[in-house]
Design a protein around this ligand. Structure first.
Ligand SMILES: Cc1ncc(COP(=O)(O)O)c(C=O)c1O
Length: 387
């Protein structure tokens, strides 16, 4: 059997239909959208078309979409673009976010807290035992200086889906800007920025079978944010620099496909994820499931295998040709337990004994069966070694 990729929340294989589009914009329609000649006009048309496609899948207007280099840039921009508007004028700004936010938001908030002590502050909410951030938690944390609430839609490690529409509604009534990191949910969980009262949203192409290095920020017309890059006039002067048109056209194609196929794809992926869970739980005792199998995103299964070092299991599975992930960050040779798993109540040992399986478009039932078998064998082997 070929290698089995069960790490689709980290990134995805580019869909052939998307790759063809990217290729076309690299080799045939390669003009600069700012050029006046026909190559440029063709590129400009493609850029407008891509913006329209992306806007459509979240019920936004075309002039509310700004292309970026990915989810990280969009998340950074949401925090920085808002915070700078206040701190630059000496006004205090308080942000409410969560303890399990992606580091693109989390680290940005930490950075600003250090950069502007006394002026910038952030509250990091702890999720409840189900792993959710509730509207009551947000409401309790609001202060007179709260300018932004940033709560992710789907968590990348455990797949919990936060009820962002109620948080959005609260923020709108309180006149607080609401940002959501939708990198893991975009075109996988329905999003309507108007109905859900979302002011700012981040998304990324490479999580939805599109190319890497491209994403977008949705910014509601009435919401002001400072530009993210200065220079030319691209992206309405908000994010200047020659547009990555092959990437943007590919992103739009990927979003269109994913959006159109959501009703068949998500149930299929969920069924495979459930099968993986059933097989593993039947073959291995004493496991903790960190994902909400009923209400969470159907592609993610996070399991703690007490007594097993997560990194050892990851490497053992890799030797069998199966790619999974641990939530642990490995920096300077030291493995730190996942912030997300600690936030939902796992101990550091449990967090380090956890594996995230993320199922995607190209996985098959045969792969799931094979992978489950190898997980069972390797967990048993590693547990025996520990005894
Ligand atoms: C929830 C979430 N936000 C942001 C990002 C960053 O996106 P990108 O890789 O496009 O910079 C990721 C990617 O891992 C993610 O999962």
């Amino acid at each position: 059997m070929d290698r089995i990729y069960l790490d689709n929340s980290a990134t995805t294989r580019v869909d052939k239909r998307v790759a063809d589009t990217v290729y076309e914009y690299m080799t045939e329609k390669y003009g600069n959208p700012s050029s006046a000649h026909s190559f440029g006009q063709e590129a400009k048309y493609a850029l407008d078309d891509a913006r329209e496609k992306i806007a459509k899948v979240i019920n936004a207007s075309v002039n509310e979409i700004y292309f970026t280099s990915g989810g990280t840039e969009a998340d950074n921009w949401a925090v920085k673009g808002l915070a700078d508007m206040f701190v630059n004028h000496g006004h205090p700004v308080h942000i409410i976010t969560s303890e399990y936010e992606h580091s693109a938001v989390y680290a940005m908030c930490k950075h600003y807290t250090k950069l502007f002590p006394g002026l910038f502050s952030a509250t990091f909410l702890n999720p409840d035992s189900n792993g959710s951030i509730s509207v009551a938690m947000v409401e309790d944390a609001i202060t007179e200086n709260t300018k932004l609430v940033s709560v992710m839609h789907v968590n990348n490690e455990i797949g919990i889906i936060n009820d962002i529409s109620v948080i959005g509604k609260l923020c709108r009534t309180k006149n607080i800007i609401f940002h959501t990191d939708a990198v893991q949910s975009f075109t996988k969980v329905p999003i309507d920025v108007k109905a859900m009262n979302i002011d700012i949203l981040s998304a990324s192409s490479h999580k939805i079978y599109g190319p890497k290095g491209v994403g977008m920020l949705y910014l509601r017309k009435k919401v002001a944010l400072l530009p993210n890059q200065y220079g030319g006039h691209q992206e309405s002067n908000m994010r200047t620099g020659t547009e990555n048109l092959p990437g943007i056209a590919g992103f739009a194609k990927a979003a269109e496909i994913s959006f159109n196929e959501i009703n068949e794809e998500i149930p299929r992926i969920t069924e495979l994820r459930n099968k993986l869970y059933e097989l593993i739980s039947a073959g291995v005792d004493n496991i903790i499931v960190n994902s909400d199998l009923e209400n969470g995103y159907g592609g993610i299964l996070n399991i703690t295998f007490p007594g097993v070092e997560g990194e050892a299991l990851l490497l053992s599975l890799d030797l069998e040709g199966i790619a999974v992930s641990t939530g642990s960050a490995c920096s300077t040779g030291q493995i730190t337990p996942s912030r997300v798993l600690l936030a939902i109540g796992r101990t550091p040992e449990e967090a380090q004994s956890s594996i995230r399986f993320s199922v995607g478009r190209f996985n098959t039932p045969e792969e799931i069966e094979f992978a489950a078998q190898k997980v069972i064998e390797n967990v048993k082997r590693l547990r025996e070694m520990m005894n």
